[in-house]
Design a protein around this ligand. Structure first.
Ligand SMILES: [Fe+2]
Length: 472
């Protein structure tokens, strides 16, 4: 059976209630032989409004300045993985806009973060993006003043010239830190809300997936400049609506308009986008054998009575289990195959998937450019030491992700290149537009609207109280 996907929604439906005809993501996942954990089956969508979003939010320098001032100054954001600073004296610099944190492991094994500026003359202790190992103390390269790893003053050369300096008021400025899933978070606000409150549903959901993120290692880490405002680029990854036009070759083996979208207040949203099941947009349905062949297998080897998705999951479970040196037996078909993306406001995406184990982070460079980082987090092999985190591969604005062999080998690089190829034109079109804003789909683009509503809450707030959740 085919569905007419261009038909308007039933006018009697409430806004946001219409869905793509045909089997839903949940229908597909409920039929999987290896059942998905509860969080995947949860649904949490609410209509958040249908007004246009002004293009000036992406193009105005004043808006960008307000974000620097009111958002990046006071929101939780991940700085690095714990494994980036495993030993005492290991450090790493995390920057966003003008804010810079020196993240350090102290002598007690505790992770701390300090403002990366010397109290003497403001020199940075280390450059943006720098990392190092085994420091006994933190020394400013300008005049050699030094501090202990816990931030206490250690030494001032020519101390006779500083009778006005007291040791106990000349420590480094410490920033709030916290950890979740093996990620180290920092917040530049002196009085932030608790990280646990900020993370909301994220820890509860990920605790029910196999191979939680703390049991994974950084197998690949890329850093690329993108030609667009950080929100515009990020939003290209918050919906699967664009699969139809941007990744049309994927329609034989992946969903698109039938993806599921959820918002978990206050700061988390999610899509679940099934792989191994054809798009409802295909003009002609695929037989099970055709689908199995499209998934890269010998169509004659599909056992009778087995769906192509279920058999594909079995084969991927064996193949990836052998490749990673782990037992993927208990991993559900959905976690194994699907593109399951959790977004944590303002800038990070976490995929619990096994064949799609992506992490994204977006940071503004200026109003028109951002940094996009991608990590692949793979399960730590059984009975083996945790592999060292992969070093960062830096790509320029014109370098394709497909030029990174380890990423190309996953089959994901080409898809990411298709995504990022849109941005230069979208940025130009936003600036050229006479229509003042963009018009979003009520369901498929709800995560974009939610991001902007959270952003507005930060831009509007006074003091450090946590912005209230989006009001309905
Ligand atoms: Fe895409």
């Amino acid at each position: 059976m085919r569905f007419d996907l261009s038909k308007p929604a039933d006018p009697l439906l409430e806004p946001g209630a219409a869905r793509c005809p045909g089997p839903s993501t949940r229908d597909i996942i409920l039929r999987d032989p290896v059942r998905a954990p509860e969080p995947i089956l949860e649904q949490s969508y609410r209509f958040l409004g249908d007004q246009d979003l002004a293009f000036s939010r992406y193009t105005s320098s004043a808006f960008h300045a307000a974000e620097i001032d009111r958002l990046w100054s006071s929101v939780w954001q991940w700085a690095c993985r714990e494994e980036h600073i495993p030993e005492t004296g290991d450090y790493l610099v995390y920057d966003v806009g003008p804010y810079s944190a020196l993240v350090v492991r102290d002598h007690a094994g505790r992770i701390r973060a300090f403002v990366n500026a010397c109290p003497h003359r403001g020199m940075q202790f280390a450059n943006a993006g720098a990392a190092g190992h085994g420091k006994q103390f933190l020394r400013c390269p300008f005049h050699g003043m030094s501090w202990h790893l816990d931030g206490r003053l250690r030494e001032i050369p020519c101390r006779w010239d500083f009778p006005h300096v007291q040791d106990d008021t000349f420590g480094l400025t410490e920033l709030a830190t916290g950890t979740w899933g093996g990620f180290v978070f920092v917040n530049f606000d002196p009085h932030p809300e608790p990280l646990e409150d900020f993370l909301g549903a994220l820890p509860r959901h990920f605790a029910q997936f196999a191979w939680p993120l703390e049991d994974r290692y950084v197998a690949l880490h890329m850093h690329k400049i993108l030609p667009g405002n950080w929100k515009m680029c990020l939003e290209g990854f918050l919906e699967a609506f664009h699969v139809l036009a941007t990744h049309p070759e994927g329609l034989r083996t992946a969903g698109d308009a039938n993806a599921q979208y959820d918002v978990f207040e206050p700061n988390v949203s999610r899509f679940v986008h099934t792989i191994g099941y054809p798009s409802p947009h295909l003009p002609k349905p695929l037989s099970a054998a055709e689908l199995f062949a499209a998934l890269g297998h010998d169509s004659a080897s599909l056992p009778p009575g087995t769906t192509a998705r279920a058999r594909h999951a079995e084969l991927m479970r064996e193949r990836l289990g052998a490749q990673y040196g782990v037992d993927l037996g208990p991993v559900s078909d959905s976690q194994l195959l699907d593109s399951i993306e959790y977004f944590l406001f303002p800038n990070a995406c976490f995929f619990p998937g096994i064949s799609i184990p992506l992490i994204y982070r977006f940071r503004p460079l200026d109003v028109d450019h951002c940094i996009h980082e991608i990590m692949l987090l793979r399960p730590v092999p059984k009975d083996a030491p945790r592999p060292a985190p992969a070093p960062v591969i830096r790509l320029g604005i014109d370098d394709a992700y497909a030029t990174v062999p380890a990423f190309a080998a996953t089959g994901l690089a080409h898809v990411l290149d298709q995504d990022t190829d849109n941005f230069q034109r979208q940025r130009a079109g936003m600036k050229a537009s006479r229509k003042p804003g963009q018009t979003l789909g009520n369901y498929q683009e709800v995560r974009i609207r939610h991001l902007h509503q959270r952003l507005d809450a930060y831009l509007a707030r006074n003091g450090s109280a946590a912005p209230p959740p989006v009001a309905y």
